[in-house]
Design a protein around this ligand. Structure first.
Ligand code: 2BA
Length: 109
């Protein structure tokens, strides 16, 4: 079995979970936050049989979009008389960051 750990954007998480549960996958959603943007995202965790991994990947791909976010970089330390015009920087946030791990044991007790 495999453990799929998919970090997705918050806006995509609801549709993704609906699509997975409609296909009868059991899913857990964890509300998480990215270390770089410090914005909320969602981590979708599911344990599946090895043969189901590619099917889950295609459902994730279909339901998660890449988006461009703008961030304002922190201003540098200024000397008196200097001034700084902040330009927003664009960051492309992926549709999903997916990790697939071997699952040593799985039980529903
Ligand atoms: P964040 O850490 O908030 O990162 C959001 C986006 O910012 C990233 O999109 C990437 O485009 C950019 N970014 C992240 N770290 C950067 C850095 N050190 N320098 C320049 N740009 C950087 P994605 O790569 O699509 O990642 C989306 C979210 O997936 C991340 O949110 C994080 O929560 C998670 N993630 C991505 N890679 C990961 C990894 N290797 N391990 C654990 N979590 C990861």
């Amino acid at each position: 079995m495999k453990l799929i750990w998919a970090i997705v954007q918050k806006d995509d998480a609801g549709a993704l979970i609906d699509a997975l549960t409609k296909d009868e996958y059991r899913v857990t959603r964890i509300n998480t936050a990215g270390g770089f943007l410090k914005e909320s995202n969602a981590t979708v965790v599911l344990a599946v049989e090895d043969y189901q991994v590619e099917r889950v990947m295609s459902i994730i791909e279909r339901n998660c979009q890449t988006r461009v976010k703008q961030i304002n970089p922190l201003p540098p330390i200024m000397e008196p008389g200097e001034f700084y015009v902040p330009y927003p920087v664009e960051v492309e946030v992926g549709g999903a960051t997916v990790m697939v791990l071997d699952l040593a044991d799985f039980r529903r007790l």
